[in-house]
Write a protein that binds this ligand. Structure first.
Ligand code: SF4
Length: 431
């Protein structure tokens, strides 16, 4: 994983470079710049997003050096394993041990972990997940900013508050100029190095408009672009990659094809999976996942979803709780307990020691304490909301979303304070 501090280019092979951060080396792909060994770059998500002046880079590195090592020390201290709980079955510990040594765990073993109701076992699970995160991924934590630029949507996903049947919702679309203004603030004022452009799925925001937006962002701002704009033509996704978007956030929501069809009358799981395979073939970084706690889902389905996402080769996982929206067909159902979702995320960490795991805003919306709990239980990525305050309330995918009334500056301050206290280096906001 990259840091949001300048890295020094150590070697170049075609468009693949090795970048050094205070002695740690990372690989990154360079699609945009003429680079030589010794140059300084910012890399995000495995891609070079900016080449920077040597003197400036050395000044920045000088100011961060002490903090870089201090954070690592704190993280190592807080992720030590203390499996000193008395009431843990040996069979449970054997599964944990396999994962700690980087061995894969089976569906049955993962299910055993998720079904545990024993507080001692659950404690060991969370601590082991955090240990594995530290061991395999170190202390970097992605902090992307998300811009929800349109809530127009033609789909009828049964769990979603902005589905086309919700006639009570005030619809909006930001124009290119308004989005660029948000990006400018995000990059130049707040220092974001990675942003997510998200919308509902509607031709009213044309693929040409989105391509134009990506080009304008890349021409003016050195930032890593994630797209979360749903099912669009293959040609669009190929052109978007060439224009500078290098990652997609595209969830499959459930790997149970019958349940999928019930929840998505407009599409099938096969079509959805086809998109994820296409993105992989094009070269996108992929973030995907499902809803935990959907009506009709059981613990086995949750593990199926984790295994499905791992087999798809996801780089980042976005698994969040189902939260019923009052104006959706699933309004009578309930959200899962936050503790169950936290336990599931820890199991996911044991299933895949290397993938980034996002603490979703939906989980934080059930209980704000879950951000820290999830980060201490195997997760290593968070998302801050950059959508302008006049519109963010209308991006009403589920009720009572966390942080909609908190300014960007305060969201950043809260995130940095938390990450510093637990020894994590925010990769998209400096270090
Ligand atoms: S989940 Fe996405 S595609 Fe489905 S209704 Fe909501 S915004 Fe539209």
């Amino acid at each position: 994983m990259c840091y949001a501090i300048p890295g020094n280019v150590k070697s170049i092979t075609g468009n693949l470079i090795t970048v050094d951060y205070f002695g740690e080396e990372r690989k990154a792909r360079n699609d945009f710049y003429d680079l030589r060994v010794g140059d300084y770059v910012y890399a995000q998500g495995g891609f070079v997003v900016e080449k920077i002046d040597e003197k400036l880079a050395e000044e920045i590195l000088d100011s961060w050096k002490e903090m870089f090592f201090e954070l690592k020390k704190t993280d190592v201290r807080l992720s030590k394993l203390h499996n000193d709980k008395p009431n843990v079955e040996k069979s449970f510990l054997r599964i944990i041990d396999r994962a700690i040594y980087g061995k894969s765990i089976s569906h049955e073993e993962a299910l055993r972990l998720l079904l545990s109701e024993n507080p001692d076992e659950i404690d060991v699970l969370h601590k082991s997940a955090n240990f594995i995160r530290q061991k395999f991924l170190d202390n970097s934590c992605c902090v992307h900013g998300i811009i929800e630029f349109s809530n127009m949507c033609d789909c009828q996903c049964a769990y979603c508050g902005i589905n086309s049947d919700n006639s009570a919702l005030k619809r909006f679309s930001l124009n290119t100029g308004e989005i660029l203004k948000v990006v400018e603030d995000a990059v130049n004022r707040f220092g974001f190095k990675g942003i997510v452009l998200q919308s509902g799925e509607s031709p009213s925001y044309s693929s040409e408009n989105i391509l134009d937006l990506i080009k304008k962002i890349r021409e003016n701002y050195p930032v890593f672009i994630f797209l979360s704009v749903g099912e669009r033509e293959e040609e669009f996704y190929r052109k978007a990659f060439d224009a500078g978007a290098k990652a997609v956030l595209f969830r499959f929501e459930t790997s149970d094809s019958d349940l999928y069809s019930k929840l998505h009358p407009h599409s099938s799981l096969n079509e959805r999976t086809g998109y994820l395979e296409l993105f992989k073939e094009i070269g996108y970084i992929i973030a995907s996942g499902s809803l935990i706690g959907l009506p009709g889902q059981n613990a086995e389905s949750v593990i199926n979803d984790f295994m499905f996402a791992k087999n798809l080769g996801c780089d980042m996982y976005s698994f969040g709780p189902f939260i019923p929206h009052p104006n959706s067909p699933l309004s009578r159902h309930s959200a899962p307990d936050a503790e169950y979702v936290l336990k599931a995320l820890s199991v996911l960490r044991l299933i895949d020691p290397y993938g980034k795991i996002l603490v979703t805003t939906a989980l934080e919306s059930i209980n704000p304490k879950t951000r820290q709990q999830a980060l201490m239980g195997g997760a290593n990525s968070i998302m801050l909301n950059l959508t302008p305050k006049d519109y963010v309330g209308s991006y009403d995918i589920y009720p009572n979303r966390a942080a909609v009334d908190v300014s960007v500056a305060d969201q950043i301050a809260d995130a940095l304070q938390l990450l510093k206290s637990i020894g994590r280096a925010p990769t998209d906001l400096g270090i």
